[in-house]
Design a protein around this ligand. Structure first.
Ligand code: PGA
Length: 250
């Protein structure tokens, strides 16, 4: 009997790479291919806020999803420049990133703000794509474990039936590209997925993604250990030919 192909979750985090028109063009030009991919995998696009509505329009009836890269830690009110989780829900966002290391690093986001965002997203019916990762490259697995356990503790008050995407993104691997993982690190990855599964065992609807320098080369290494439900792809998701090569490797 033919073995069923695994259905992966693919989150394209476009960060601030693609402009408004580039985002529309990416979806318009590649619409037929994206429709075909969305039959095999769960495809989620995270464009900039200003491109969300336009991307949503082009993606209609492609079976792909869209979401935001951030939301406010407040519900509503006098918070100039902020966009709330409920506003995102209003325009049909299904997903939103939380706790991305770039937000922690450049905007000093705190655990307290992250917990607020997490709860507001859940209240708005948006699935959080929650990022965790050790701040610096560690050889010692115990240090990685301690750091991840601390971050996963932020889920304490979340109801167990909640759908969650947990994106394990080691901070040192984000945005580098051409990352070749050594065997020690690949072994760490196997242990890390087990650890996340154990820490989140009360959430049957949690899925684990890997993120950080995914490209045509690293995807093969990640697939060789076969422990992830999907991938969070930054830079490589902004060039369609590269994104498609990654997907073809699945
Ligand atoms: P990268 O980014 O693929 O460009 O490393 C991943 C992310 O930060 O989400």
């Amino acid at each position: 009997m033919k073995k069923e192909k695994k259905k992966y979750i693919l989150v394209a985090n476009w960060k601030m790479y693609l402009s408004y028109y580039e985002s529309i063009s990416f979806c318009t030009v590649n619409r037929p291919t994206l429709t075909a991919i969305a039959q095999k995998h769960t495809l989620i696009f995270l464009p900039s806020f200003i491109a969300l509505n336009a991307v949503a329009n082009v993606l209609q009836e492609t079976d792909s999803f869209y979401g935001a890269q951030n939301c406010s830690a407040f519900d509503s009110g006098a918070y100039t420049g902020d966009i709330s989780a409920s506003m995102l829900a209003e325009i049909g966002c299904s997903y939103c990133l939380v706790a991305h290391s770039e937000r922690r690093r450049y905007y000093q986001e705190t655990d307290e703000q992250i917990i607020h965002k997490l709860h507001l997203l859940i209240k708005a019916g948006i699935i959080p794509v929650f990022c965790i990762g050790e701040p610096k490259q560690e050889q010692d697995y115990r240090k990685i474990k301690d750091s991840l356990k601390k971050q996963l503790a932020l889920f304490t008050a979340i109801p167990p039936q909640q759908h969650l995407l947990i994106a394990y993104e080691p901070n040192w691997a984000i945005g580098k590209g051409n990352e070749i993982f050594n065997d020690t690190y690949l072994n760490h990855l196997i242990k890390i997925t087990k650890l996340i599964n154990t820490c989140l065992s009360r959430f049957p609807n949690a899925k684990i993604l890997y993120g950080g320098s995914i490209d045509e080369l690293s995807i093969k290494q990640l697939l060789s250990i076969n422990t992830f439900d999907g991938f969070l792809i930054g830079r490589a998701s902004t060039t369609f030919s590269v994104f498609e090569t990654i997907i073809k490797a699945l």
